[in-house]
Write a protein that binds this ligand. Structure first.
Ligand code: GLN
Length: 386
């Protein structure tokens, strides 16, 4: 009997990250799993959103985004990312970086084209590649510093390679790709005529003086990079679904076609408010990074003191941990125990690897939470020791 649902989705499992959020709610656990803040978004941008609705910015916008927001994004990427993009032909507003990524892949991949992915990887890149028909090739980020073997990467590039997905600062590892690493990747992209699709959603969450470099700003990459970012993480508005892409006109044109038929447009009043967000200024970004640094240091101390080995992130708001000391069969069993008996939700490491066994000793914690949440998490985690 033929199935009434498509093979395409049959192989997908529920997103483990979002499943852990469900379990956190079910067991009244503290959600250190899904990466979203539990503290308020800045008042100024909330007011701007309310005002935009009152001012009746309530209908569809141009599919690729309101002109004011595209212009603000263009100015922002010029000054922060050192990328020049015309708001008319190079900037597209999407429903979150999530939609931006799938629109980007749909725009450039033909079935059978190869895509290179750094492992461990944010779980969406798996289904994104499958939906777009890409064949995945993996390059390992090696602990403890999450470096990659350059020869191994070079060997993955071939005439079928269409794209490489970069995520810097990286989820789940906290790695921030260095300029040198990105120059090396850029060289391979140019040699093999490959497009860099780079997810930079955590670009403002950096620690210890780390520099954020956009591969799209490097020589020769202007016409072969799709840079993805958005407002979710920087302005603590993950539910607004405001992402964007920056790319040359040829790639932008292809991407906009996919985007239009996927979602038409990102929420119009929130796009208007997004302009207020992008105009907050340098103090806002400095404060954001400093606050995250305090949260990082606090949670890493707590986790280390109860027996986790933490990989210190240089950016983003997650830490991967080694859970071998606890003696559980695997990451999933330990994550279930943590959420049910300790009241803490974290993400099993296996969801970031192509094969479950590669992440069986790993658990990812998110620290984008207010201090009172982290303090309560510390109290609960202290039970682990006893
Ligand atoms: N990026 C977030 C995480 O890794 C989740 C994003 C999402 O669930 N859409 O936790």
């Amino acid at each position: 009997m033929s199935s009434t649902t498509a093979d395409r989705v049959a192989i997908f499992t529920e997103s483990v990250i979002r499943e852990m959020t469900r379990l956190a709610a079910l067991y009244d656990g503290i959600n250190l799993a899904q990466g979203y803040p539990d503290f308020p978004a800045p008042d100024a941008i909330k007011e701007a959103a309310i005002q935009a609705i009152r001012d009746d910015h309530n209908q569809y916008s141009i599919t690729w985004g309101t002109k004011v927001l595209r212009t603000a994004v263009s100015e922002k990427v010029r000054s922060y990312n050192r990328i020049s993009a015309d708001p008319e032909t190079g900037v597209t507003i999407c429903c979150g970086a999530t939609e931006a990524m799938i629109a980007a892949l749909l725009a450039i991949i033909n079935p059978g084209d190869e895509v290179i992915i750094f492992e461990p990887f944010y779980e969406n890149y798996g289904p994104d590649s499958i939906i777009s028909g890409a064949v995945r090739r993996y390059i390992t980020l090696q602990e403890p510093n999450w470096e990659f073997d350059r020869d191994e990467l070079a060997r993955l590039f071939n005439t079928k390679t269409k794209a490489i997905i970069i995520n810097t600062p990286n989820n789940p590892t906290g790695k921030v790709f260095t300029r040198e690493e990105l120059e090396f990747i850029a060289g391979l992209c140019q040699r093999w005529d490959v497009i860099a699709v780079t997810d930079e959603i955590y670009e403002h969450i950096l620690y210890d003086g780390t520099e954020h470099v956009s591969i799209g700003s490097l020589d020769g990459m202007q016409d072969r990079t799709i840079t993805i970012s958005g407002l979710s993480k920087t302005f603590s508005v993950t539910g607004w679904r405001l992402g964007y892409t920056v790319a040359c006109p040829r790639l932008t044109d292809a991407l906009r076609k996919a985007h239009d038929f996927l979602t038409v447009n990102a929420p119009t009043p929130l796009q208007v408010a997004g302009v207020a967000a992008l105009h907050l200024g340098p103090d806002y970004y400095a404060r954001l990074a400093a606050d995250y640094r305090a949260r990082r240091d606090y949670l890493l101390d707590v986790l280390s003191s109860v027996g986790f080995e933490c990989f210190t992130p240089r950016g983003a708001y997650y830490t991967m941990t080694d859970i071998s000391a606890f003696g559980y069969a695997d990451d999933t069993e330990f994550a279930q125990y943590l959420v049910k008996d300790v009241g803490i939700a974290a993400v099993p490491g296996s969801s970031f690897y192509r094969e479950a066994h590669l992440g069986r000793d790993r658990l990812r914690f998110a620290f984008c939470k207010k201090q009172s949440t982290l303090t309560e998490a510390a109290a609960r985690l202290s039970r682990l020791r006893s």
